[in-house]
Write a protein that binds this ligand. Structure first.
Ligand code: NAP
Length: 286
């Protein structure tokens, strides 16, 4: 069993991004600038936004966090986004999800200019991705593809089973693996015979959100397993009061795998790098 070490790959890619920023600056071009909108004070969302700002600093990007009260109106938030769309200083914009119930995510996602949509959620970017054209790819699937390429994992002709069909992970992951010449099967909560399907997989990508969902008896010998799941599970013995659990029963699945991602330290850091790569791309596009 070999570990797909997201921390190491992310570190290497961040080094490359930092060099690219220095080259942009030497060529008199602008420093990439990411803006993040945070609405409300959800603990996990605040942690994610702060981590993204820290990543930006690490690679030499500028970053701005715009923090709004949970009561901000939909109209006011849309105005803020339009201002950023029109601000040439800012190259990429993300709105941290989830949003409060009174703000429809779809309308917000579609207000962000697709040229600054470094999360890759805008329908224009989704459409370009579908056709295999240059676009901003959603950060998690993008990061996973970067990791597979880093480790020279063969994908052509392989059967890739994806568990989960969300717009931000499962569905785009299927499109990207198809583009990498996999035969793709996407499973979800209504899938019948999940175990039999998974047992046929050369590559399994689990994006379910149920801790330890993927059991050893669902995985064939030598498979490659990518664990996207991160669920906070209460643990009073841990200083933070919780543990992060993946969707894979790692202790029992790992011995059967040729390659597997750990949680934490697998897909998480690669997702963060995906966002940085998109923000760099936004400047290179302009
Ligand atoms: N590491 C990272 O950077 C990163 C990034 C993004 C997400 N995540 C994590 O990845 C996990 C998935 O995220 P997401 O946004 O894709 O979640 P999501 O929107 O909740 O989607 C979960 C998917 O799992 C499917 N599912 C639920 N129960 C199932 C079951 N019993 N059998 C088979 N499929 C089932 C759902 O099927 P239906 O469509 O039929 O309901 C759905 O398609 C979460 O733990 C999330 O925190 C991690």
């Amino acid at each position: 069993m070999n570990l797909l070490n997201g921390n190491e790959v992310a570190k290497e890619l961040k080094g490359k991004i930092k060099k690219a920023v220095e080259q942009l600056q030497q060529a008199g071009k602008k420093t990439p600038h990411l803006a993040a909108i945070l609405v409300g004070s959800d603990g996990a969302s605040m942690t994610y936004v702060n981590a993204k700002a820290k990543d930006c600093a690490e690679v030499g990007f500028q970053s701005t966090v715009l923090h709004f009260d949970a009561n901000i109106s939909k109209e006011a938030l849309i105005q803020e986004i339009i201002q950023i769309n029109n601000n040439p200083e800012i190259d990429g914009l993300i709105v941290q999800l989830p949003l409060p119930k009174h703000i429809p995510e779809k309308e917000i996602t579609e207000t962000i200019s697709f040229k600054k949509d470094v999360d890759g959620f805008h329908p224009m970017n989704v459409g370009y991705m579908f056709k295999g054209l240059p676009c901003f790819l959603p950060a998690t699937p993008y990061g996973i593809v970067q990791m597979l390429e880093h480790y020279n994992i063969e994908t052509t002709g392989k059967h890739c089973v994806i568990i989960g069909r969300s717009d931000i992970v499962g569905k785009p992951m299927g499109v990207l693996m198809l583009q990498k010449n996999c035969t793709v099967t996407t499973c979800h909560s209504k899938t019948v015979n999940m175990k039999e399907i998974c047992l046929q997989a050369d590559i399994i990508i689990a994006a379910v959100g149920i801790p330890e969902f993927l059991k050893a008896e669902m995985v064939k010998e030598g498979a490659i397993v990518i664990d996207v799941g991160i669920t906070r599970v209460e643990d009073s013995n841990h200083p933070k009061g919780y543990l992060l659990k993946g969707d894979v029963d790692f202790a029992n699945v790992a011995p059967k795998c040729s390659w597997i991602t750990p949680v934490p330290g697998g897909v998480g850091p690669m997702t963060r790098v995906g966002l940085l790569l998109n923000t760099l791309q936004a400047v290179q596009n302009s």
